[in-house]
Design a protein around this ligand. Structure first.
Ligand SMILES: Nc1ncnc2c1ncn2[C@@H]1O[C@H](COP(=O)(O)OP(=O)(O)OP(=O)(O)O)[C@@H](O)[C@H]1O
Ligand SMILES: [Mg+2]
Length: 141
């Protein structure tokens, strides 16, 4: 598990993670409120060189363009049911030539494709953040 001691370190972790991503990849982010999911996405966007082109009003998906690959950033936190995903053509994003990153992915596990890489964040007792990439795979190896 990586230990991040600041928001900047979490962002940097996101940058390093993004360097290994290619078109069609999906990251499922799970972790409590304030654990650093959005911070991690900032690093991913920075590494890709992509800018948020979404209007500032709340939407379920933020699109970042102009970078190495388009980035589609979802946040399931405020979604009441997975039916709303049909309304935004979630599956179209998953099959698009870009990277999908989903905050609160564990809310609707059925909507997450099996190829997704799980990233788990937690707030440690000392306030640092623990970040694990694909914890399932790590424990089974
Ligand atoms: N090591 C750290 N990594 C990430 N964020 C940290 C760290 N230490 C402190 N913070 C602070 O914690 C907050 C993390 O917020 P962030 O919005 O990224 O969390 P989140 O997981 O997306 O929360 P939410 O579930 O509400 O979407 C920020 O205010 C950030 O400055
Ligand atoms: Mg967030």
């Amino acid at each position: 598990m990586f230990i991040s001691r600041s928001a900047a370190e979490t962002e940097e972790f996101g940058e390093q993670l993004a360097a290994r991503l290619s078109a069609g990849d999906v990251l499922a982010l799970c972790g409590e409120l304030g654990s650093g999911k959005t911070q991690l996405v900032k690093g991913i966007a920075r590494s890709l060189g992509a800018q948020d082109v979404t209007s500032p009003t709340f939407t379920i998906v933020h699109e970042y363009s102009g970078g190495r690959l388009p980035l589609y950033h979802f946040d399931f936190y405020r979604l009441e049911n997975s039916g709303a995903l049909r309304g935004i053509d979630f599956d179209e994003y998953l099959s698009a030539t870009g990277i999908c990153v989903i905050e609160w992915a564990d809310k609707f596990p059925g909507a997450i494709p099996s190829r997704a890489t799980c990233v788990r964040l937690r707030i440690c007792a000392d306030g640092s953040r623990g970040i694990e990439v694909d914890p399932e795979r790590q424990t089974s190896s």
